[in-house]
Design a protein around this ligand. Structure first.
Ligand SMILES: Nc1ncnc2c1ncn2[C@@H]1O[C@H](COP(=O)(O)OP(=O)(O)OP(=O)(O)O)[C@@H](O)[C@H]1O
Length: 303
């Protein structure tokens, strides 16, 4: 049974179709990232799955429950890490995690969890004295303390410094190895690329792509880009015929091509024949970020 099954989900606010009929499944143990620009419908979708927002239409099953009616039995099985949980500022870190643990029949050891998220030295600090990044780590501990089968992670590393972000990524990777299913929303494409087995891209309430990061990159129709400097003693007119589009900027040649390997082969063959080098030769394939920006219509041409 998939951990999450969404079939033709819709939700409107007045005339605005915030979620316009989306379908996807998340397997047990999978890390699934929901990406999309501001206002694409991510929060609406996630809150419907969490049971905090009603839907207008479609079927939703999460861990076998309908989140709209699953009640406490459902909530005990999920963990939620919000962007800014409004928790009690006067508690210490350890007190708050222990308090949260007391709401769950199954739980991780609160003290171990505080250490796991890297807050051991802040165990006895009051929540109000934490930095933004430390608060986010506390949010993560609070989301995990009920030993959830499914964890909702909403922008888990927003506001983290680079080292803290890498620690959080390691932690999320460890949770994945322990078999926790994770639904992640993020604005960091690199985060999705590193952590997610599959990525879904939402645009104006529609799913425009679902697949592994590699599948999305392979399936995109964006060109690769070959660049090098013109070898001494040659001009653009000397270059061999290529399938890609060639532009010259000063002495730098740029080839946008959907058939990078044959074009690079022709270029290196040509250079060998003339006994010249292709200085600074690079081949850049579209990144997941390029694919994302194209899918969401945020750029016309990313190269
Ligand atoms: N309670 C609400 N009432 C009216 N409109 C809403 C409400 N909540 C969301 N919307 C609208 O629905 C659309 C989707 O919003 P949603 O919060 O789901 O997007 P999002 O993808 O999570 O965006 P962000 O990345 O900015 O968090 C937006 O146009 C938003 O303005």
């Amino acid at each position: 049974m998939p951990a999450i099954e969404v079939d033709d989900l819709t939700r409107s606010y007045g005339a605005l179709k915030a979620v316009a009929g989306i379908s996807f499944q998340v397997a047990e143990g999978e890390v699934f990232a929901l990406l999309g620009p501001n206002g694409a419908g991510k929060t609406t979708t996630v809150e419907i799955l969490e049971g905090y927002r009603h839907r207008d239409g479609g079927q939703v099953r999460v861990l076998g429950f309908d989140p709209a009616t699953g009640g406490r039995a459902y909530r005990e099985r999920i963990g939620i890490v919000l962007q800014s949980a409004g928790f009690e500022e006067a508690f210490t870190v350890a007190e708050l995690v222990r308090l949260q643990a007391s709401f769950y029949p199954r739980r991780h050891d609160p003290d171990e969890l505080v250490t796991l998220v890297g807050l051991a030295d802040k165990r006895n600090a009051r929540v109000k004295a934490l930095s933004g990044g430390q608060r986010r780590r506390l949010d993560l501990a609070l989301g995990l303390v009920g030993a959830p089968d499914l964890l909702f992670l909403d922008e888990p590393t927003t506001g983290f410094d680079p080292a803290a972000r890498h620690r959080a990524w390691d932690l999320i990777a460890r949770l994945r190895h322990l078999g926790t299913t994770i639904l992640l929303t993020t604005h960091y494409i690199e985060e999705a690329e590193r952590l997610a087995d599959r990525v879904a891209v939402l645009r104006a309430g529609h799913l425009v792509a679902v697949g592994s990061p590699q599948e999305l990159q392979d399936g995109c129709r964006l060109p690769g880009v070959v660049t090098f400097r013109l070898p001494a003693g040659t001009t653009g007119a000397d270059l061999p015929d290529l399938a890609g589009t060639v532009t010259l900027d000063g002495g730098t040649v740029r080839v946008e091509t959907h058939t990078a390997v044959p074009d690079v082969g022709r270029l290196t063959g040509w250079a060998r024949q003339r006994a010249v080098d292709l200085p600074g030769l690079t081949l850049t394939q579209p990144t997941l970020e390029d694919v994302y920006l194209t899918l969401t219509g945020e750029v016309d041409d990313v190269h």
